[in-house]
Design a protein. Structure first.
Length: 438
């Protein structure tokens, strides 16, 4: 991993500043927001109201901690041939590649390599965006197979006032393109570009469901269909939509390598919900991501599959079978026999930065299961001397735990990627990136 650092521009004190509405009625992202409503920090305990609300939606799903069955996790440091990995070198040479292969085979599928014909073209540039605070770049990312082109776009804002190359957050956006509107006529907390620029970060986005792969089990368009039609060996590719979206994130990093404004040692990938599953899989595979931020991602993300709390394998594959490799659905109700569990996926991000995030009312995503996965995965960071192993006790609500490259928070409220989540992700990035030697 390359070791480069630039000084980051920091936002001043978080003074009160009310958000406003534009003339069109859309949310206006404040650059210096008031987070006072999140000041209360208490131990997390699922409320009876939240449990009953979730149970009313899915009566067959367990939301009672007392009814979680005992389970045994695969040991993250035990290779298939036996023994125990005890060093960082052993992890990298024995275990890491083995786990990646297992996740590709059983969960996310095999994706194609970087295309030889990959190219980038800036289709729009505005050096005076955001009233002169940022430079906007819209980049067409293209490649060809058998003479046929496929193109999707990257939207990027870079702060104009900065001491050097900019750190960047890449959002893999599974929602509508209006969430990442480059005109900024529509601004949303889901992608708070103005706030990011004020804190000295570049912010980028790919509209993965709109431009890369449709979020539809019956899709006949998108990058997977393109490969089926034009790739000489399509039977080799078992990737689901999550794998396709993660693949596009790596192509964005390929572009960043060509952009003199971007600090290649300070690239973060972030996603929410299904996008969070995607950002975790992207960060696990591509070591050029210095930080993987995984927000409310639950089953198929960081939440333990063997833990019967919230969404499970059967539920996710009934609704979204196209997200995964075909083999994943075969383990519905048989999660104990799955060759991997999600703590091993989290561990694949080590020794780089990982930030898990959940919400108090989002029981469907099993916040405790995501936390426990990080606890188990922290064993791998200890091999590198980056941190001590985490303990079972979860951090307080609205608090931010930072322990070396690892961070976690559980925010008050429900399923969403809120401005306060972004603040805590950036607080972690500030800490992580300032400790990377130039």
């Amino acid at each position: 991993m390359r070791t480069i650092m630039v000084l980051l521009l920091a936002v001043g004190s978080v003074s009160a500043r009310a958000s406003s509405k534009t003339a069109e009625g859309s949310y206006r992202v404040p650059t210096n927001p008031d987070f006072a409503k999140y000041e209360k920090k208490v131990p997390w305990q699922p409320s009876r109201e939240a449990i009953e609300k979730q149970a009313a939606k899915k009566s067959t799903i367990n939301y009672d901690e007392a009814k979680v069955r005992s389970y045994t996790l695969p040991e993250v440091l035990t290779p298939a041939g036996g023994g125990t990995v005890t060093t960082a070198t052993g992890w990298e040479q024995q275990r890491r590649g083995e786990l990646l292969d297992l996740f590709r085979q059983y969960v996310y599928g095999v994706a194609p390599a970087k295309p030889d014909t990959l190219s980038f073209r800036i289709v729009e540039s505005d050096p005076r965006a955001m009233a002169g605070q940022a430079t906007l770049k819209r980049v067409a990312i293209s490649f060809t197979l058998q003479g046929e082109p496929f193109t999707f776009h990257l939207t990027l804002f870079v702060p104009n006032q900065r001491p050097g190359k900019a750190p960047v957050f890449l959002l893999l956006n599974h929602r509508g393109p209006e969430n990442t509107d480059p005109t900024r006529k529509r601004q949303m907390e889901f992608w708070p570009a103005e706030y990011m620029i004020a804190r000295g970060y570049a912010i980028a986005a790919i509209n993965v469901a709109a431009e890369v792969e449709p979020d539809n089990a019956k899709a006949t368009t998108g990058i997977r269909a393109f490969y089926r039609q034009h790739y000489p060996r399509p039977e080799e590719l078992s990737w689901g939509a999550l794998g396709a979206w993660a693949w596009s994130g790596s192509r964005a990093v390929d572009y960043f390598e060509t952009d003199p404004d971007i600090n290649m040692a300070q690239i973060a990938v972030i996603g929410h919900s299904r996008g969070g599953k995607t950002s975790l899989w992207a960060g696990a595979q591509d070591t050029r991501f210095a930080l993987a931020c995984v927000n409310d991602a639950g089953e198929g993300g960081p939440a333990l599959s063997r833990r019967n709390f919230g969404e499970d394998n059967a539920a996710i594959n009934r609704s979204f079978p196209h997200w995964f490799a075909p083999k994943y659905a075969a383990y519905a109700g048989k999660e104990d026999t799955l060759p991997v569990d999600q703590h091993e996926l989290v561990a694949l991000v080590a020794p780089r930065g990982y930030h898990g995030a959940d919400a108090t009312s989002d029981l469907w995503a099993d916040p405790r299961g995501s936390w426990l996965a990080l606890v188990e995965a922290s064993k791998v960071w200890t091999l590198y001397g980056k941190t001590q192993r985490l303990q079972d006790k979860m951090p307080l609500v609205n608090d931010l735990l930072i322990q070396g490259p690892i961070a976690y928070h559980i925010r008050e409220g429900g399923h969403g990627l809120m401005l306060f989540d972004w603040k805590l992700h950036l607080d972690h990035a500030d800490s992580l990136f300032k400790n990377v030697a130039k």
